[in-house]
Ligand binder design. Structure first.
Ligand code: ZN
Length: 280
């Protein structure tokens, strides 16, 4: 499932391939990925030029001229593949194709079609972006700000990390990895995390996200970079998907538990459930 590092890797791969291109027409193969009628989407996008490609949280933001923005949420299995010349990219379920003047296509491919594609005005996009949490790799995201935000919530910390209104771009893989690095049990109440642990979590979040970007993301199954390649971070995962294996740090067996509808993975020794519990 694409999270921040996967979206960032896709954005970096797309930039050299599509910035400066002008959109000639749109083929909508599966209109269910669009969050607006296909006709109005095509009318907003046709003839526009791509001026930049950015990331916000897990979303790929294709900025057009005329103050328009195409926001792509990759969902579970979404891919954005630029195809030039006659080369055939690795895709199987194209949902939307952006055809460029002078040749070349950008394909939004999505096997399960939980992804979404939408064209917004810049103003609409900025309003939506303002409702999302801070970007964890921005300098303005400090350990103090994280601690303050955690202190206001009774949610289990793993659920807090997955809430895009609290922090942008973190999904289940990197939430579990960051909690392991910080020695925090995934079910610990956010407000029970003290300042020192919050600082460790802040470091953990930044480290796993930057290392995963460096590795081109994590491919469990479907995710591919804009070049159609798998990311290599999966082999560096410490706890995610490793239940039953030995913890690299202490040798204990990694456990899996399910809450909030999602699996959580942790080492019961490195991430004890009662650590830091408040005295009655
Ligand atoms: Zn351990």
């Amino acid at each position: 499932v694409p999270e921040l590092p996967e979206a960032e890797t896709i954005v970096r791969g797309l930039r050299p391939a599509i910035v400066g291109r002008r959109i000639r027409c749109i083929d909508v193969v599966h209109a269910d990925v669009l969050r607006q009628p296909a006709r109005s989407f095509a009318d907003m996008v046709r003839g526009a030029s791509i001026v930049a490609v950015e990331r916000r949280g897990k979303n790929v933001i294709i900025q057009l001229d005329r103050d328009r923005v195409v926001a792509v949420n990759l969902g579970m299995t979404g891919r954005l593949l630029p195809v030039t010349g006659r080369a055939r990219g690795e895709w199987s379920h194209p949902a939307v194709r952006f055809r460029f003047h002078g040749g070349g296509v950008l394909v939004f491919d999505d096997t399960r079609r939980f992804g979404t594609v939408e064209c917004l005005t810049r103003e609409q996009w900025e309003a939506r972006s303002a409702r999302m949490g801070p970007e964890p790799l921005e300098p303005s995201f400090t350990a103090r700000a994280l601690h303050d935000a955690l202190s206001a919530s009774r949610a289990p910390v793993r659920s807090w990390l997955l809430d895009q209104r609290k922090i942008a771009g973190v999904g289940n893989i990197y939430a579990n990895e960051a909690l392991h690095l910080a020695g925090i049990h995934p079910k610990r109440q956010a407000r029970d995390i003290d300042r020192a642990r919050a600082a460790a979590l802040h470091r953990g979040i930044r480290r796993v996200l930057s290392d995963a970007i460096g590795a081109g993301g994590t491919t469990i199954r479907d995710y591919r970079t804009a070049l159609g390649e798998a990311g290599s971070y999966a082999r560096r995962l410490l706890v995610y998907g490793r239940d039953g294996s030995a913890c690299d740090r202490c040798g204990s067996e990694i456990q899996r538990t399910v809450f909030g509808g999602r699996s959580a993975f942790f080492c019961p020794v490195c991430q004890p459930e009662d650590r830091g519990a408040k005295c009655a």
